[in-house]
Design a protein around this ligand. Structure first.
Ligand code: NAD
Ligand code: MG
Length: 398
């Protein structure tokens, strides 16, 4: 951990993405208090180089090793002293290194697991946006974080809201919580029937009405799989069983989630839908710091609506509950099949309704095994990816 008064050293993994941009925006508002010391991205070298010029980190890493020369030469040509690194193992090592005390885990998908785990094992403050790592290996990740004294601050807006609400009670009073209520915007297709979803396009699916996010999570929001992943995420983060986690559709996305306590109190966190708020909570906690997000004017907003999710039109949410109840490797299978299906949908290879069909296929086909080790989970992930790819290859239009 950083010594008192020395600036927070932040590794932003997934720096070129939507969460990465929000994190860097907040960090840049607090020069002297924090700095981006490590930046990592998947394949976007040009985007990463631009960020290096702007934020002057000590290290920059690109996941794809083939892009190492481009990163190294680009840093040199820009006259930057930033060290160049490549490959997933280099990102893991940087996340665990002394060059950061805080890690923003904002890589998308299961690809983010190993660096998230490395940061947790090294006892870093972990600003966890990469929900897939919790879905895939929630027990392992939370156990390792607790063992190493790594403080996990959820960045997902719902979980960040719950994190804040839970700070109002005695932490030893686990039993004080009756229910967690995750809000969901309902995505771009809220109110449509299943039949009306048949022909929706990737462009329509990624056009989220309230949040500006990367393509994968945007499609997850459109299928409601995002909320399903978040139910599993909440279960691991807050140690609450699935039957005490509810989902409430709230199209305005101003109430970010609620916690009901046994005394009848319900606390909610509200704010504009801008991820810089949750990142500022993570970066500043327990202090409140400026995020660049303005306050919420409820008079201008006018109204807050709530409705039940439509599980027939959006069966992914039900499947996530099913996978969580089954436990073991089932959530890893759900997540992997979904990643493959969403990627194929974004490439125009399959239709929107094939996403739930493929996830269902993987969950029904693969046996649910106990998940004691990381190897078991990664094997289940790989197997689910394989059978989903095979199923896609057999689809008529793929
Ligand atoms: P994004 O697609 O905008 O960005 C993804 C980032 O990950 C990019 O920087 C990309 O280069 C990097 N990346 C991809 N594959 C990589 C790999 N193999 N190794 C290293 N880096 C890799 O995605 P996003 O919307 O910023 O979402 C990131 C994560 O945060 C996801 O897990 C998402 O579910 C979660 N999240 C995002 C939001 C949001 O508002 N965007 C909200 C809640 C949670
Ligand atoms: Mg969320």
């Amino acid at each position: 951990m950083a010594a008192v008064n020395s600036p927070r050293q932040v590794a932003v993994l997934g720096a070129t993405g939507s969460i990465g941009a929000s994190a860097l925006d907040v960090i840049a508002r607090h020069p002297g208090q924090m700095q981006a010391s490590i930046l990592a991205a998947g394949r976007d070298v040009d985007g990463l180089l631009k960020l290096c010029v702007r934020h002057r980190p000590r290290h920059a890493a690109i996941a794809d090793p083939a892009l190492y020369p481009a990163l190294r030469d680009g840093l040199r040509d820009a006259g930057l002293p930033t060290g160049a690194h490549a490959g997933a193992e280099a990102i893991d090592a940087l996340a665990a290194s002394d060059d950061c005390d805080t890690v923003v885990a904002a890589i998308v998908g299961a690809a983010g697991l190993s660096s998230t785990l490395a940061a947790a094992r090294a006892g870093k403050r972990l600003l966890l946006a990469n929900k897939e790592s919790l879905v895939l290996a929630g027990e392992l990740l939370t156990r390792e974080a607790a063992r190493a004294g790594s403080e996990i601050i959820p960045i997902d807006s719902e979980h960040n809201a719950i994190f804040q609400c839970l700070r109002s009670r005695d932490a030893s009073e686990g039993a004080g919580v009756r229910r967690i209520i995750l809000t969901a915007s309902g995505g771009p297709f809220r109110g449509r029937s299943r039949a009306e979803l048949e022909a929706v396009t990737p462009a329509q699916a990624v056009a989220h009405p309230k949040w500006s996010m990367g393509p994968k999570i945007s499609v997850d929001s459109a299928t409601l799989m995002n909320k399903g992943l978040e139910v599993i995420e909440a279960h691991h983060l807050f140690n609450v069983p699935g039957e005490r986690i509810d989902v409430l559709v709230h199209p305005q996305s101003l109430v970010h989630s609620l916690v009901e306590f046994i005394d009848g109190s319900t606390l909610a966190q509200l704010g504009l839908p801008d991820m810089r708020t949750t990142l500022a909570v993570g970066l500043g906690w327990p202090r409140r710091i400026e995020s660049g997000v303005s306050g919420l004017d409820l008079l201008t907003q006018g109204r807050l609506d709530f409705e039940a999710p439509d599980l027939d039109a959006f069966p992914c949410l039900r499947m996530a509950w099913r996978a969580m109840e089954a436990g073991g490797t089932a959530p890893a299978v759900l997540n992997a099949a979904n990643e493959v299906a969403v990627s194929s949908f974004l490439q125009g290879r399959i239709g929107f309704l094939s996403i739930p069909a493929l996830v269902d296929h993987a969950l029904s086909t693969l046996p649910c095994a106990r998940a004691d080790t990381l190897e078991t989970l990664l094997a289940a992930d790989a197997q689910a990816r394989r059978i989903t790819e095979d199923a896609i290859a057999r689809l008529p239009n793929a």
